[in-house]
Design a protein around this ligand. Sequence first.
Ligand SMILES: C[S@@+](CC[C@H](N)C(=O)[O-])C[C@H]1O[C@@H](n2cnc3c(N)ncnc32)[C@H](O)[C@@H]1O
Length: 350
Amino acid sequence: MDVQWFVMFFARVAAVAGSGRCMMRHRFRSSSSTLRLHLSQSGSSSGSNEVEYEYLDSGSFRRLERFGNVHVIRACPSATWTPGLPLDQGEWKDAKVRFEATGWQGLEHVPEDWRVHVHSNLVFSLLPSEQGQLGIFPEQLDNWNWIRSQGKRSSGKSIGNGSILNILNGFAYTGGSSIAALGMMMQEGDAAAAAVKVTHLDAAKASVSWAARNAIASGFEDASCRFLVDDCLTFLHREVKRGNKYDGLIFDPPAFGRGGGNKIWKLEKDLPTLVSLLPALLSSSPRFLLLSCHDVAWPSQKLEQLLREVNIPAGGVWEKGDLTLKSNRNGARNLPLGQFVRISWKPPIK
Ligand SMILES: C[S@@+](CC[C@H](N)C(=O)[O-])C[C@H]1O[C@@H](n2cnc3c(N)ncnc32)[C@H](O)[C@@H]1O
């Protein structure tokens, strides 16, 4: 088998079911060379429509955010400005959980099963890491909504080039974009929303396991998602050789990453190679492409230029912009954290 299929879900399901929050059913189905995990959950994740994440302010090399009821201050080297809100008052002062150079403080104020509902079908389980991450890149929120919206039919006719849309999320981390893609099939009030098959790929086994947990917490029933641990470029080269195609592609690569073995990802060197493979990976009637990154050396204009140099199918609507966290507190600072280009194509009319 040329990719490592990640199927250690019995332990995961037992762990989540053991929390007493929900009862799980799950089954595995195998085809010639693949295993596909079908996630089932009885009952919804929370039924909550409240967004439990809020970006509040940044400055003095820190960022202030709310995750559920917990206010968190984390180191943020790019926040070189003075905070918009007073550091010695209000939410900055009251935040009990902090991540600074010395590590985490105040974790006793964090719930044992710490989760945020971005919406009722996008739920993240949070876990403080040694690097100060919590398991969510909230600057992708707008892109997650955009991905979900790609499942809506835009005409009175049936959608897709067949009955199922095939979506690939590389560098997929804890699954925000993969779960958003699964959500394409759940567009409210749209009985003809897409049926989707998602491939979630990341080089870090722990992130892939975490993503599978998040998918279950997000309440999907019979959602078809395969979870792969592999080096992204290696996998893409293989998919091109095999002639496998996708209707939706999502890539949010880091500036630097380890792909397992001696494989090293370097954005500056490897992004052009990745982009050169995209035309061969897109199906004959693609639905969307999303490319983002968090490196200031790649402004959205440069990402767009790179994409325009390869043979991306015509007829798509191109958008580009910044991944910026915006606060609704008066006087607070916004926090730019990356850039994106996204392209959407209208579903073919049958
Ligand atoms: C910026 S994060 C992606 C965040 C994600 N888009 C989200 O919104 O949740 C980058 C991810 O790339 C993964 N990664 C790094 N190098 C990789 C490689 N060579 N192949 C596959 N994944 C890699 C990391 O493990 C990490 O999860």
